[in-house]
Design a protein around this ligand. Structure first.
Ligand code: NAP
Length: 474
């Protein structure tokens, strides 16, 4: 891939500046791109442009932009996938999967742009009422800010921009400094698809010059953030009087009960733990297995794990690329070593080379191990034995997080009990915690989020306000 030399964009125009961010491939450290970053003046210009972007394009026009962008992305799937792999170290097959998801986000956003979102309330339905009707309509915001993480550098961006465009809300995007290239390419694709330039700016730069001023600015009506708990809580403390959407970290359990189809359970455990190098907010981060089947399940998981080959992320045979950087891989190695010192056993994997860590199955992990109580963002599969469903649910609910969960069972009563009692945003029966479609509601509770959902349909609500109006009727 040739070196990408990009600029931050204010209302479609490249910023001028001297500060350059270098983006390196985590696998071999090669520089894969540079980005000219934004200054405080660019932040001001982006806010002013957004607020003066004029009336929103019609629903048809918004839908057309999204449709054209979808077509454009489909035509350039490989190019976008290569950019993702270059800047993240995720293997090509994961990068291609992410592009496919983004195509869906654009498709569903285009569909939602066309859908009327109003409601009608007849007012003659009570003794206090009268012959009128109340109507609702959604109105775009003047200016919203989106801040995104590194782990799905295209799809997380699309999950903010697609719904914002469908809603007609101008947006300022602050992508991760670790993965800005595909975000900037995506922005160019949107402009090329007819997005009015003032409806989008993309800014990167020092946190105290770009991200924090955007979060604090009173002219910004909404901040939609996806990232870590620590940064999310800081944003909650500093954003002031505006809408905030927080999609934060997770440490999702997969609960495997004694009646489970063990081949399915092992397949789900491996997919949920290792896909995207384990760097999904909804990756499986704890496997809670009923004692009676734990030996059999563990043997099957170890066998499956051997199929997840690590190597050069651009190699077609590689199934697990790197994590985002060597520091993160060293952290993962450390939490594994801590667990082993406390009595856990590594059954397969565990070796690190630079930013690459082999998919690792760890058995007999203590319930209070760091990799269990906090989020470990990498290809780890820690197994804990549980007595029964009650024990599994208590353990699943015992951490600060509450994003998603998976339960493997064939018993409907156990499935329903898990759905009722698990304190998290999603419960997937016989699926990985990360299963979703791009339009379904998505998001966590507790430290994983404020319970405000994303997903294309819900995100449009975050980027709009509801106006009611009433008319005499009859
Ligand atoms: P992060 O460190 O929190 O960074 C996320 C974004 O916030 C980046 O763009 C970052 O910019 C920016 N940022 C950093 N400090 C900031 C501040 N003081 N004010 C405003 N913005 C600031 O997260 P990450 O390491 O990129 O991503 C991994 C995390 O995201 C994991 O915890 C994962 O679980 C979570 N995640 C959650 C979801 C979900 O939907 N719940 C989805 C995906 C990921 P810089 O790049 O400049 O630091």
């Amino acid at each position: 891939m040739s070196l990408l030399e990009l600029h931050c964009l204010v209302a479609g125009s490249p910023v001028r500046g001297s500060e350059k961010l270098e983006v390196r491939n985590p696998y071999n450290q090669a520089v894969v791109g540079t980005v000219v970053t934004a200054s405080s003046a660019d932040v001001e210009l982006a806010i002013v442009s957004a607020r003066n972007s004029g009336p929103a394009p019609s629903r048809f026009e918004r839908s057309q932009v999204l449709e054209k962008a979808r077509n454009g992305l489909e035509a350039r799937r490989e190019e976008f996938a290569h950019t993702i792999t270059a800047e993240t170290g995720l293997c090509l097959r994961e990068a291609r999967y992410e592009v496919g998801r983004t195509v869906d986000v654009l498709r569903f956003s285009a569909m939602e742009a066309l859908r009327d979102d109003g409601q009608i309330f007849s007012c003659d339905i009570s003794a206090q009422g009268k012959a009128r009707k109340i109507f609702t309509m959604r109105e775009p915001l003047n200016c919203a800010v989106a801040i995104t993480p590194f782990n799905h550098p295209l799809n997380q961006v699309a999950h903010k921009l697609g719904p914002a465009i469908a809603a007609g809300t101008p947006m300022i995007l602050k992508p991760s400094e670790k993965t800005p290239l595909v975000a900037l390419k995506f922005a160019s694709l949107l402009y090329d698809s007819g997005l009015p330039p003032k409806m989008l700016s993309v800014l990167l730069g020092n946190t105290n010059q770009v991200a924090e001023p955007l979060v604090r600015d009173d002219r910004v009506e909404s901040v939609s953030f996806t990232g870590s708990v620590a940064v999310g809580k800081r944003i909650a403390a500093t954003a002031g009087y505006k809408k905030i959407v927080l999609e934060l970290g997770g440490n999702d359990p997969l609960i495997v009960l004694e009646d489970a189809d063990l081949d399915l359970a092992a397949y789900l455990a491996a997919e949920g733990s290792y896909r995207n190098s384990g760097q999904r907010c909804t990756a499986i981060k704890r496997i809670l297995v009923q004692e009676s089947i734990s030996e059999d399940f563990t043997a099957r998981l170890v066998k499956r794990t051997a199929e997840y080959v690590t190597g050069d992320p651009f190699d077609e045979n590689t199934r697990v690329g790197t994590v985002i950087d060597e520091t993160s891989a060293i952290y993962l190695e450390t939490v594994v070593a801590e667990a082993v010192a406390a009595g856990a056993r590594v059954l397969i994997g565990g070796r690190r080379r630079g930013a690459q860590l082999e998919p690792t199955v760890i058995a007999d992990v203590p319930r209070n191990a760091r990799m269990i109580v906090s989020e470990s963002f990498g290809p780890l599969a820690p197994i804990i034995k549980v007595r029964d469903l009650d024990d599994a649910i208590t353990l699943a609910n015992s951490t600060a997080y509450g994003l998603s969960s998976g339960v493997v069972t064939q018993r409907m009563d156990w499935a329903l009990e898990a759905i009722r009692r698990l304190r998290c945003g999603t419960v997937n029966i016989n699926e990985v915690p990360g299963f979703r479609i791009e339009s379904s509601p998505f998001g966590g509770i507790k430290d994983s989020g404020l319970g405000v959902k994303e997903g294309v349909v819900e995100a449009i609500k975050c980027f709009t306000t509801v106006k009611t109006f009433s008319l005499p009727w009859g």
